[in-house]
Design a protein around this ligand. Structure first.
Ligand SMILES: *[C@@H]1O[C@H](CO)[C@@H](O)[C@H](O)[C@H]1NC(C)=O
Ligand SMILES: *[C@@H]1O[C@H](CO)[C@@H](O)[C@H](O)[C@H]1NC(C)=O
Ligand SMILES: *[C@@H]1O[C@H](CO)[C@@H](O)[C@H](O)[C@H]1NC(C)=O
Length: 559
């Protein structure tokens, strides 16, 4: 609906004021149902190579006037001859040559013997066989070949059928890095240094060159002939063709959920790889895709998920992506899978979607760029970890089911064992401090309470026997007539005091006595037996008595 609406809006907006687009051509949505193809950007055109088992046509999309997603103008060269040596193929590779018009192509599945070796295609003169030097790889499919800045196609992985066994078709799978120099048409097989062993073979992966290093992720790994594991986004295999070394390293950040048949392309920031679409590897029985965009910062191997504005396109898989200036251009693939008589039939799409990777927005058009492969200087780059001296290692310190050689990411902020140890140390220290503080606090509180309340004096309550322990002085009072102290014989002047030798306070002040804890204890107990019950608003005579005595003492000391 929205697409139709957009289309008509586009037509109205372009046809009315200008007629540039209309005069040229009508819209041409190009090839039907393509997957497993390689889009090649060459001379301001996107060439669609491979991706069909039945059609060898190489459609081209002219970008010299920019691109309107709702009205692409794919074209076929008017005069390209072919013969039986050139056959349709899928899951092959393609990359531009240095002459600005040749595309090198190598078939994957299907194709021909000649195309398995290497052929050339030219938009004006068609197909040619290539004069190739070096050791040509054995035929394979679902490998990747990605150009670096000096014109070397960096190859990795793939699979090839080896024949039919009892279990069906058997395959050999590859994990070699090798290169094809487009300047001299030469294959080379450098010897590679692997710090923690050689990663297991994989195919149908993605590979992107950033700052002349090759970053490989996703794809399929068979750990044995029958156990298939999809490589997820938790690790990246990095290859440096200059130093001829490779390492699998764990990624950090907002790691995308595992996918296959997604697209990946370089961002204009000069350091990032942008990933779109693909199928959920956990639910391969139906079409389970997403239009989320994920970004891998190759300096730290850190994933993030930008907030993307605009109308997100339909999720798709098995599609292709090209970087053109600030834009990621999504092409072909499928947007659904239908089960027809137990056969999965993809719902093909020829829609074009455009992601502005600068402002993170889905857009419907982009303008021509004079330098569509230009990148910013990111001010950082991926640096390899220090390789161990021991060259017999076969496992990293962060092994994953599909790649035991993965090493941990040194940029990970909290999971390094040292940081972990530190965190635990701090937690224990903090807990100890809290305990100590709590201990001191309660001790202080208890002391304070003891100091304030005579009842907390040790033994004041528990020992009624009136031992020396209970002779803590509480205050001094004026010793009035003993007889006025009530009938029960309790109270201030207890008997025990009389039997004892007089205390210091008794001698110092004539007529004064010291009220001790023992006295108080007795006073409290006698209170229980006091026939007079406390009433609201009126002090008990016993209390009045205390006040009387104290007032008297005061008058005596300060006449
Ligand atoms: C292609 O064009 C050339 C001349 O430009 C002509 O000689 C040739 O026959 C044409 N081939 C086909 C297949 O039309
Ligand atoms: C490109 O790859 C080739 C082949 O491995 C290598 O010799 C060359 O140094 C690479 N170029 C750059 C700029 O790294
Ligand atoms: C992938 O599929 C599984 C199984 O259907 C599901 O549990 C999971 O949530 C899916 N993941 C995403 C990211 O959609």
């Amino acid at each position: 609906m929205t697409r139709l609406w957009r289309k008509s809006l586009f037509l109205v907006s372009t046809l009315l004021p200008f007629t540039i687009f209309a005069q040229d051509n009508t819209c041409n949505f190009g090839a039907e149902g393509r997957t497993g193809f390689t889009p090649v950007l060459l001379n301001d055109h996107i060439y669609l190579t491979g991706g069909s088992e039945t059609n060898l046509d190489i459609f081209a999309l002219d970008l010299s006037q920019g691109l309107q997603a709702d009205c692409p103008q794919w074209s076929l060269p008017s005069n390209v001859s072919t013969n039986s040596q050139y056959m349709p193929f899928i899951y092959g590779v393609a990359f531009p040559g240095t002459d600005g018009k040749t595309i090198y192509m190598q078939s994957g599945d299907h194709g021909s013997e000649l195309m398995d070796k290497m052929v050339q295609y030219d938009g004006s003169t068609g197909w040619h066989s290539s004069m190739i030097s070096g050791v040509t790889p054995t035929p394979r499919a679902a490998m990747t070949a990605t150009l670096n800045s000096t014109g070397f196609a960096l190859y990795y992985g793939g699979r090839a059928p080896t024949g039919v066994t009892g279990n069906g078709q058997s395959y050999v799978r590859f994990n070699d890095f090798y290169t094809f120099d487009t300047n001299t048409a030469t294959f080379s097989w450098p010897s590679i240094t692997y710090g923690w062993g050689k990663a297991p073979p994989r195919f149908s992966h993605s590979a992107v060159v950033i700052q002349d290093k090759l970053f490989i992720f996703g794809g399929t790994v068979y750990v044995d002939e029958t156990t298939r594991i999809y490589a997820d986004f938790q690790s990246v295999l990095v290859f440096d063709p200059k130093e001829n070394k490779a390492v699998s390293m764990a990624t950090i950040g907002d790691i995308p959920p595992s996918r296959l048949m997604f697209s990946a392309t370089a961002a204009p920031d000069g350091k990032s790889i942008v990933v779109y679409g693909g199928l959920n590897t956990s639910s391969t029985d139906h079409f389970d895709s997403s239009s989320d965009v994920f970004v891998l910062d190759t300096c730290k191997l850190e994933w993030s998920k930008p907030d993307v504005g605009g109308d997100a396109p339909a999720p798709r898989a098995g599609h292709g992506a090209v970087t053109y200036g600030n834009y990621m251009v999504l092409l072909y693939g499928y947007t659904d899978v239908t089960d027809v008589f137990n056969t999965k039939i993809p719902t093909w799409t020829n829609a074009i979607d455009i992601l502005d990777m600068n402002s993170w927005k889905w857009v419907r058009s982009m303008s021509h760029s004079d330098n569509p492969t230009e990148k910013k200087d990111p001010g950082c780059s991926y640096s390899f970890p220090k390789f161990p001296e021991d060259t017999s290692l076969t496992e990293g310190d962060h092994p994953l089911p599909y790649d035991p050689t993965v090493v941990s990411n040194p940029n990970k902020p909290s999971n390094s064992s040292r940081n972990k140890g530190l965190a635990i140390g701090f937690a224990i220290l903090g807990l100890l401090l809290v305990c100590v503080a709590a201990f001191w606090y309660f001790r202080r509180q208890r002391r304070k309470a003891r100091a304030m309340n005579p009842r907390w004096l040790p033994g004041a309550i528990t020992s009624h026997k009136g031992g020396a322990n209970n002779d803590y002085p509480l205050f001094v009072y004026n010793n009035m007539d003993d007889k006025s102290m009530g009938n029960n014989g309790g109270g201030f002047n207890n008997h025990q005091d009389e039997k004892k030798p007089p205390r210091l306070s008794d001698e110092l002040f004539d007529g004064t006595r010291t009220y001790t804890a023992n006295d108080h204890d007795q006073w409290e107990r006698s209170l229980d037996q006091d026939p007079e019950r406390p009433e609201d608003g009126r002090a008990m005579s016993r209390h009045m008595d205390v006040w009387e005595r104290m007032r008297n003492l005061h008058d005596k000391r300060n006449p």
